[in-house]
Design a protein around this ligand. Structure first.
Ligand SMILES: NC(=O)c1ccc[n+]([C@@H]2O[C@H](COP(=O)([O-])OP(=O)(O)OC[C@H]3O[C@@H](n4cnc5c(N)ncnc54)[C@H](OP(=O)(O)O)[C@@H]3O)[C@@H](O)[C@H]2O)c1
Length: 272
């Protein structure tokens, strides 16, 4: 094993990635498979999970991706996913809570339902999945090589950039906070809990802001480093937190946002 493999190899590790069929989740799955992990791709659409798994497996990376569809927006959906995982695996090394949804409407018309619809996936499912899969996460965890939970937060979870996505922004602030709480509570079980807080990346969720040329230009101009995020920005951060090199890090909320979280907002910008 060379020096880089010692720090970042995930050979022999099993990972589950919610929302792994598209966007940032797909970037995460690819990074994990490139590092040698066996990765379960969870999302509602079976065909999308299968297609992503096939495409990633065709790269010829040392790891392997597999379709593992589930809808995590309900208590029963999360329970079925937990049961399906437990029926096949005795241990889980990496859990990435990435599935997410958003809702945009003006303050005056923001619907009551848009709170539960967003929080159920972004926050409730994240918490409940960690709760349900904890026995598997604990099973293979050791002090020198803890199991890892990575939650997807957002820059809007740290900065008051509402941009009409009120329940989404609140859900992401909740993700950051629960990440710190669980990092503290699960440390004794040798499970680290960290969050990634991305700025703007191209994805289905962000298509409303990136497909229109003028909006896209405004979005890019809002990022101090002057570009949108790319897959290696996510994959490298993830491999750091999941590899040997990240085994002493817990409770971190890592901004991956081109410096946006330290910029001073000068006006309205599209949200992430
Ligand atoms: N893109 C950005 O700029 C950005 C910035 C900051 C944070 N984030 C966060 O990054 C994460 C990924 O977002 P993205 O931008 O990559 O969006 P995306 O392309 O829309 O991906 C969302 C994923 O979640 C899955 N999903 C949605 N509802 C689900 C459910 N009920 N059960 C299971 N899976 C479900 C979707 O697949 P199905 O439709 O098949 O279920 C899809 O794979 C989210 O947590 C988002 O908040 C994104």
């Amino acid at each position: 094993m060379n020096y880089f493999e010692k720090l970042f190899s995930l050979a022999g590790k099993t990972a589950l990635v919610t929302g792994g069929s598209s966007g940032i989740g797909r970037m995460i799955v690819e990074g994990l498979v490139m590092a040698g992990a066996h990765v379960l791709i969870v999302s509602r659409k079976r065909e999308a999970c299968e297609q992503t798994a096939d495409e990633i497996n065709a790269i010829g990376a040392p790891g392997h991706a597999r379709s593992f569809p589930a809808d995590i927006s309900t208590q029963d959906g999360v329970a079925s996913l937990v049961a399906a995982t437990k029926s096949e695996f005795e241990a889980l090394d990496i859990l990435v809570n990435n599935a997410g949804r958003t809702w945009g409407a003006s303050f005056d018309s923001f619907p009551y339902d848009a709170w539960d619809r967003v929080l159920s996936v972004n926050l409730t499912a994240m918490f409940t999945l960690i709760q349900g899969l904890l026995p598997l996460l604990k099973a293979g965890a050791r002090a020198e090589d803890p199991s890892r939970v990575i939650n997807l937060g957002s820059i809007v979870g740290s900065q008051p950039l509402g941009n009409n996505a009120y329940s989404y922004a609140a859900s992401k602030a909740g993700v950051h906070h629960i990440t710190r709480i669980l990092a503290n509570e699960l440390a004794a079980s040798h499970v680290t809990v960290n969050a990634l807080a991305p700025g703007p990346f191209e994805s289905r969720m962000m298509a409303f802001a990136t497909s229109d040329a003028a909006r896209r230009a405004r979005l890019i101009a809002s990022v101090p480093l002057g570009r949108l995020g790319i897959p290696s920005d996510i994959a490298a951060a993830l491999l750091y937190l999941c590899g040997a090199g990240g085994s002493y890090v817990s409770g971190a909320v890592l901004p991956i946002d081109g410096g946006k979280h330290v910029s001073i907002p000068t006006g309205a910008s599209d949200d992430e």
